[in-house]
Design a protein around this ligand. Structure first.
Ligand code: MN
Length: 743
């Protein structure tokens, strides 16, 4: 029994600590050698560790327990137990993953630097540099949470990713820590509970997913869901419980049928019925607009076998047993997911007329599917002893490092990593038959950049399955994609609206940074010519000396540079134009501008980086517009109705007459506010109507006004005012929609 593995009295005497004596037990804290709740946990932990660690390593673990318990003396968890129980539980989770001795020791000490007086140096002296580094890494992540979540969130996230790149074990310890805190969340005050739950769903769940740690991810999701939406959680939980009775019988019949057939074929396999997790049910309802009954009406069975070949044999057998649904088979064994996940997936049409989702995999794949990078942790050093998850994680972390080097800006980095954190891949082919893996929603432009950034930068058109298609077309599994490049092709800023891969995004942005200069020169030259036109002259007429003199006076080296500054809004064109005139003509001409005066600047959308659309009023083709020069940002186009425009009118030298070009085929962002009744599926109905009318949702924010109504704030992509009007009419027809207005 456990008592045998309790530390012997010798190991329990405080080790001679080199110079550091953790504070003696404070009043109220049980002595570490008599703290029953803690000793019980320690004994369980030892039992588990004995199965894979060496005796000497176990002794270090015991020493870490004593060290940690003394350091935390006087501190209690909100559950009322002595603080050390928390690190012990965290260490136990890591031991279940069979993490190495350093990780276990670091887990026992993970809050010591953060919460007690012990320093990193003292810890290094006692337990070695590696343990101290791990604890320090975890402490840094913990500190981030305490800071204001809005403030410098991007920078924190970048730090976190970098800590993870240095040593993956840091994030594994942090995930276990977070999981334990989530399990004991109910003792927290409601506001704090919600904040932690939100952060868990936003940051830790995607990371666990990216690392393939599904068991942990699923639990974090359900705990986060329960804390954030207690009502919805309860409703789904009740429904699942009620459905369980009917389901059980069907499930058993299916299982028996499959088992029986496999036995006839003399195949050894484990057949397990799966129950869906509450959060994934909820997500299916919201993202696919399904009713609870529809989501629940799917049966899921997993078949686990010994050999890879057997997986395919089993597939053949179940396809014979029940009819497969076409288009649902996925071979993640041949092409693993980016987090290393492998399995065969198929959907069968079962006897009671219900779909059955089947997963087929080996025991080994099953381990990776559950634990991801943490599967086979101990063997990771031996080169190819196949943990694909681990190799994939390494690749990913490497790419994070590269991205970090390329972007430098934390906000951009956050955006890039977020994209990478939600991997739902599609697989497509190059014309030569090479497989390319891309995230779901990836377009031909993403594909071009995935092949090579030069191809991306010069891509002009795409053939998908040999047919010409728009570059923005989302790719589907199995398509063959050919990119047609052009020597004069260059990235279009509008691509940023639809590319989904980090590589395409950062390459386009990089290219545009350089392009900004060229665009600024062009715009500046236009503005200058226009201002000169008002004075009855032009650059050509002025050519030569008076320009050079003016440049010297303005301390600008070249006319190009001057134009760039004008285009970027750093110098008003009107003032520059007056300076360029020879002294005698300095008085502005009073003539009415003649016909040679250039027409208003025509706006096509996507002309480049120095012309942008104001976020305050989101002008659309059809709106009357006004351009306003803003230092550093170039020309910003506003709706004339915009509340900011009155202010601009006071600075006539900064505004530029603009008008929409004819025959636009761009999409433009606009913002609408929709007030809906709180009823199930209302948001999904609205979203479906929007996509039906060929508009994309760029962003949506929801604000619950009272228990009955919610205000949805959408940023949508539309062609023009007419398109928007049609869309709003359609939305108004939805019964749950109360009120709707353009923001
Ligand atoms: Mn902790």
């Amino acid at each position: 029994m456990a008592s045998q593995t309790l530390p012997s009295p010798e190991t329990l005497t405080p080790p001679s600590v080199g110079g550091t004596t953790p504070p003696a037990s404070a009043p109220g804290t049980p002595d570490p050698e008599h703290d029953l709740a803690a000793l019980f946990r320690l004994s369980n932990l030892s039992d588990l560790l004995e199965t894979y660690l060496e005796r000497s390593q176990l002794e270090v673990v015991h020493r870490a327990y004593l060290f940690g318990a003394r350091a935390h003396a006087g501190q209690f968890r909100k559950t009322g137990e002595s603080y050390i129980c928390h690190p012990l539980d965290v260490a136990h989770m890591l031991a279940e993953m069979r993490m190495d001795a350093d990780s276990i020791v670091a887990a026992l000490l993970h809050d010591v630097i953060e919460d007690t007086r012990v320093t990193k140096e003292e810890m290094a002296a006692e337990f070695g540099e590696e343990v101290a580094e791990l604890v320090d890494g975890v402490s840094k992540l913990t500190k981030m949470e305490l800071e204001n979540p809005d403030e410098a969130q991007a920078e924190n996230f970048r730090k976190m990713m970098m800590a993870m790149v240095r040593d993956l074990r840091v994030i594994l310890i942090k995930l276990a820590d977070r999981l334990h805190n989530m399990r004991t969340l109910s003792v927290m005050a409601p506001a704090k509970r919600r904040r932690i739950a939100r952060e868990t769903l936003d940051i830790y769940v995607p990371i666990a997913n990216r690392l393939g740690m599904n068991t942990i991810r699923l639990e974090l999701e359900d705990l986060g869901f329960a804390a954030l939406y207690p009502m919805r959680y309860r409703v789904i939980q009740d429904a699942v419980r009620k459905a369980r009775g009917n389901r059980r019988e069907v499930m058993q019949r299916l299982e028996t049928a499959i088992k029986e057939r496999l036995r006839q074929e003399e195949l050894n396999a484990r057949v397990v019925g799966r129950e869906k997790h509450l959060y994934s049910i909820y997500r299916k309802m919201t993202t696919k607009g399904l009713s609870l009954a529809e989501v629940l009406d799917v049966y899921a069975i997993r078949i686990i076998v010994a050999e890879v070949e057997t997986c395919y044999r089993v597939l053949g057998i179940v396809h014979n047993l029940f009819k497969p649904l076409p288009g649902k088979f996925k071979d993640y064994i041949a092409i693993p997911k980016s987090n290393g996940y492998q399995s065969l997936h198929t959907v069968l049409f079962g006897p009671p007329g219900v779909p059955i989702e089947i997963q087929i995999r080996t025991e080994d794949m099953n381990k990776v599917a559950e634990a991801g990078v943490a599967a086979h942790w101990l063997y990771k050093s031996s080169s190819d002893s196949g943990n694909t998850a681990h190799a994939r994680a390494r690749e990913w972390l490497q790419s994070l490092l590269e991205m970090q080097r390329a972007s430098g800006d934390p906000v951009e980095f956050l955006e890039n990593v977020k994209i990478d954190l939600f991997p739902d891949e599609v697989y497509v082919f190059t014309p030569k038959g090479q497989i390319m893996e891309l995230p779901r929603g990836a377009t031909a432009v993403d594909f071009a950049y995935a092949v090579h950034s030069d191809i991306g930068n010069s891509c002009a058109a795409a053939k998908i399955n040999r047919r010409m298609m728009p570059l923005s077309t989302p790719l589907q599994n199995g398509q063959t994609v050919e990119i047609i490049t052009s020597p004069v092709g260059r990235p279009n800023p509008a691509w940023l609206n639809f590319v989904v891969t980090a590589k395409a995004r950062s390459s386009i942005r990089n290219f545009l940074k350089n392009l900004t200069r060229d665009d600024a020169i062009q715009l500046g030259r236009y503005l200058l010519e226009r201002a000169l036109g008002d004075l009855g002259t032009s650059l050509q007429q002025l050519a030569g000396t008076s320009i050079d003199e003016a440049l010297a006076e303005l301390r600008v080296e070249t006319l190009e540079k001057l134009c760039e500054q004008i285009g970027l809004g750093q110098r008003p064109a009107v003032l520059v134009a007056r300076r360029l005139l020879p002294q005698s003509e300095e008085q502005p001409s009073t003539e009415v501008p003649d016909a040679s005066r250039p027409p208003p600047l025509s706006i096509k959308g996507g002309e480049g980086t120095v012309i942008s659309f104001a976020k305050c009023c989101h002008p659309l083709p059809g709106d009357r517009i006004l351009g306003f020069l803003t230092a550093g940002r170039g020309l910003v186009i506003h709706n004339q109705q915009c509340r900011n425009v009155a202010e601009f009118r006071k600075k006539p030298d900064k505004w530029v007459q603009v008008e929409w070009a004819a025959g636009l085929d761009q999409q433009f962002a606009t913002e609408i506010r929709v007030e809906i009744d709180n009823q199930r599926g209302a948001l999904a109905t609205v979203a479906a109507a929007i996509s039906e009318l060929e508009s994309n949702i760029e962003d949506v924010k929801t604000k619950e006004r009272d228990g009955l109504h919610t205000t949805l704030q959408f940023v949508l992509m539309v062609r023009d005012r007419v398109h928007l009007a049609r869309l709003m009419r359609r939305l108004r027809a939805i019964p749950a929609v109360r009120r709707i207005a353009r923001a």
